[in-house]
Design a protein around this ligand. Structure first.
Ligand code: NG1
Ligand code: ZN
Length: 527
């Protein structure tokens, strides 16, 4: 069709730098923003093809999440608001690196038997990086869609949400920012009506916006909250640099508050990452000790709340929690043995968790670093809605069913969403009358340590059992096992990073000294 001819002309404006190789992986495309113009244009082309191929709206988000301001990147969003199917990630890598762009393009069209006269529809969004305006324009140059829509500044999960709304014809909500805020905030306000004796103090929350898009969007949302949540916004982008000494990744990795944060003992704080798809909570106690509530603590809070409501509602729906190998052993133990929910371990990377979660009626999935959400199966949603409308049930069941219904609406089921997770967490704490200390005290984290190891070829390490065991190089796992056996409550594993040229070592044990020593010993055994 015409597209190919157009591409020939347009691509001259977006030349590929010689010798540059990019890889579309777990985090989409991501590198220094200087090198991305050609890739952005080409991903606009790919999104158009994917849209024609699925006969649905596709999303393209320009962001590099928690990376420094100098970087940028991009992710494609599939019709139901999920990350692009793995089969197409390969095309993305091929297209980004092609020296002969037209040949690769024609190859994809042929392999997928794409009808080029099918219309395309692509939604484009961007974060607040200084390079994002120019790079999202490059994406739009590649989008030869009849009905493209440029959302401009949005969080990553907001764009995922818009794509789902568009492709489900309003069933999921309205594909506008106003629609997003209304749906989430109305559900939040309904939920908090079930919180008896909620004091004004309990309505206060401090949010670290990582100097990014999340801060802007929290401001935009504020009026919808009708003062039921009163947010003090820090790192709102007016002074500091994106993700610099702040944000969810900084707080999780450094195990300390954003630099310059003055924390009052006992108050609740949370940090978003640079595109607002991750969240962690924290507080300091009266001794000034810092406490982090990471993705594992969040998953525990959410799954416990859901399980209790489903029991009260008398609904026979199973709750599962999906974690990764990095989940703290105490959280897994608590979920399996005390809460008695199903626990699954998936490979690192949100797409793996999301996929595993789709197997269950109700599944909470979280990476320890704070990326996660809750999924409800279609059947589960139907049962909950039916019950909520049943006139012949008692008050307890009615209350539980309505709470579940509003919970479904407060959650962004397409992808982890810091704003939506925050509202859900705040609602749970309010309804349970729970302080952040009480939440933290549900279980005690096992001391742990993560190390990065440089090796000649990290791909020499192959793993199995959701990355918890190495099958190659030969003998390495045996060494790890014998080291683990020296310590109490110990666990350790080694896996190649999917996003950096390093190997990650994780260790946990009964004391910090033991966890540190084990991580160190295991890192020496990596080759
Ligand atoms: P790798 O580099 O594969 O460990 C990291 C994070 C993931 C995820 C991706 C980005 C850890 C241990 N790993 O992956 O959780 O956030 O980056 O998509 O935090
Ligand atoms: Zn992110």
């Amino acid at each position: 069709g015409d597209m190919v001819g157009e591409v020939e002309k347009q691509s001259i404006m977006h030349p590929k730098p010689p010798g540059l190789t990019l890889h579309y992986g777990t985090a989409g495309l991501r590198t220094n923003a200087k090198h991305l113009d050609h890739a952005m244009f080409r991903m606009g082309l790919l999104a158009t093809l994917r849209s024609k191929n699925t006969k649905a709206t596709i999303g393209v988000m320009v962001t590099a999440s928690h990376n420094p301001e100098e970087d940028n990147g991009l992710k494609l969003i599939d019709p139901m608001g999920e990350m692009m199917a793995p089969a197409w990630e390969h095309y993305a890598t091929q297209l980004a690196n092609a020296d002969d762009l037209l040949t690769v393009l024609k190859d994809i069209i042929e392999k997928e038997a794409i009808n080029m006269s099918q219309e395309a529809n692509v939604f484009v969004g961007k974060d607040t990086r200084s390079s994002s305006a120019r790079l999202s324009q490059a994406v739009l140059d590649g989008v030869s869609a009849l009905d493209g829509h440029n959302y401009g500044l949005v969080t990553t999960p907001q764009l995922h949400y818009m794509v789902r709304c568009q492709n489900t014809k309003g069933k999921y909500g309205e594909a506008t920012l106003d629609g997003y805020y209304s749906k989430l905030c109305q559900a939040f306000i309904q939920l908090t009506k079930n919180a008896s004796n909620r004091t004004d103090d309990q309505k206060l929350l401090s949010v670290d916006g990582a100097n990014g898009i999340g801060a802007l969007k929290v401001r935009e949302m504020e009026s919808h909250l009708k003062k039921e949540l009163q947010i003090s916004l820090f790192n709102d982008g007016s002074q500091g640099k994106l993700n610099y000494q702040c944000g969810a990744d900084f707080v999780k990795v450094q195990q300390k508050p954003p630099t310059g944060f003055k924390m009052n003992p006992g108050e609740r704080y949370c940090s978003f990452d640079g595109d607002a798809d991750r969240i962690v909570y924290y507080y300091t106690d009266s001794e000034g000790q810092f406490h982090l509530l990471d993705g594992d603590k969040i998953a525990t809070l959410m799954s416990t709340f859901l399980k209790e409501l489903l029991e009260q509602a008398g609904l026979n729906l199973k709750v599962a929690v999906v974690q990764t190998a990095y989940a703290n052993g105490s959280s897994t133990h608590y979920l399996e043995n005390t809460m008695k929910v199903i626990v699954r371990c998936a490979k690192t990377g949100v797409k793996h968790l999301h996929h595993a979660a789709q197997e269950f009626d109700v599944a909470v999935y979280f990476e320890s670093n704070g990326h996660g959400t809750v999924l409800f199966s279609e059947a589960a949603e139907e049962k909950i809605c039916q019950l909520a409308e049943d006139p012949n049930i008692n008050d307890e069941k009615k209350r539980a069913a309505l709470l579940l219904q509003n919970t479904i609406n407060v959650i962004n089921q397409t992808v982890g969403d810091a704003i939506s997770d925050m509202l859900f967490i705040e609602a749970i704490l309010a309804i349970k009358g729970m302080s952040v200390q009480q939440w933290d005290a549900v279980y005690a984290d096992l001391p742990n340590r993560q190390l990065k190891v440089k090796v000649a070829d990290r791909r020499a390490i192959d793993t199995t059992d959701a990355e918890r065991r190495a099958v190659s190089p030969p003998g390495m796992q045996d060494t790890v096992d014998s080291l683990v056996n020296k310590y109490k409550q110990a666990r350790s594993f080694v896996r190649p990073s999917g996003t950096e040229d390093i190997v990650r070592v994780y260790a946990e044990a009964d004391t910090q000294e033991s966890a540190d020593a084990l991580a160190h010993e295991v890192s020496l055994a990596v080759y």
